[in-house]
Design a binder for this molecule. Sequence first.
Ligand SMILES: Nc1nc2c(ncn2[C@@H]2O[C@H](COP(=O)(O)OP(=O)(O)OP(=O)(O)O)[C@@H](O)[C@H]2O)c(=O)[nH]1
Ligand SMILES: [Mg+2]
Ligand SMILES: [Zn+2]
Length: 294
Amino acid sequence: MSEKRVEGLILKKYSGFYYVQDDQQNIFECKLRGKLKSLVLSGDRAIILPLEDGKGILEEVLPRENELYRPRIANVNTVLIVMASGRPSPSMVLLDRLLFLSFYNNLVPYIILNKCDLEADPKARLIQDYYPRAGINLINTSVIMGTGIEALKKAIKGKIAVLAGPSGVGKSSLLNTLLAGSQVKTQEVSQKIGRGKHTTRHVELFPLDSGGWVADTPGFSVLDMPELKSPELGKYFPDFAPYFSDCRFRNCLHFKENDCEVKRMVEQGAIAQFRYQNYLSMLEELMENERCYK
Ligand SMILES: Nc1nc2c(ncn2[C@@H]2O[C@H](COP(=O)(O)OP(=O)(O)OP(=O)(O)O)[C@@H](O)[C@H]2O)c(=O)[nH]1
Ligand SMILES: [Mg+2]
Ligand SMILES: [Zn+2]
């Protein structure tokens, strides 16, 4: 037993204990130092004092880089937006919303097109065709065939990732596949995931043997638009951004304005029609909010 403090990552909170992983993959079951009043979230980095038998005392929470509210989790880097190649067929509206929220929160999104063993839905083909051209990461996966799992592990390495996406696309299946054969004790957890019994109040981070962590939550569960001025929205559409300088108006909303380069690119097919429609519906939502709260 030493008096040496170590830095670690909060994986989860469970019945009054915090589970903290150090850089050597040891996990300590920690109690809070009595006088510590800070809020502690999964994903926080912390200083702990290790005691015997894998126990420890959580002494200090280090400053966080960011914080997601639903699920409540700190220091997320990456959002894995899962859609199924078929069954259920992809939702472009949800996809574009999640992409926007990722960019808005300064997180790196990956589109994970799962079930690529099934015949691709026409919408899945659109996704495969459009987003990589727009510079957005896309990984085709199949839990059944084992396709794309290595690429997915590579995307997560060194990162804290959350899974997002509609029900039935294979988020839990992917997480179980990522954790398969893991050295960390995941048996109990995997079963919990398998039954779909999420204890959403306590987000749990699962460490992968290949590096990085994945949260066991459905990801962003609330898709309301953040408070954002309507002219700012376009900034979070990386496929629109190259054209802004050629719009006639500097504050162009790419909506009803004349001489708008974004609209021209939609007509020419360089920007996908569906993507522009999704932009417009988010824009209208923001404008509606501006009218209400003015
Ligand atoms: N064909 C095929 N089926 C898959 C694949 N991945 C998952 N499934 C199946 O899709 C169904 C839904 O998978 P889940 O992992 O429960 O989906 P989920 O996204 O966690 O759904 P929720 O927990 O409801 O949000 C299950 O029957 C899986 O066996 C895949 O790659 N290919
Ligand atoms: Mg699930
Ligand atoms: Zn414009």
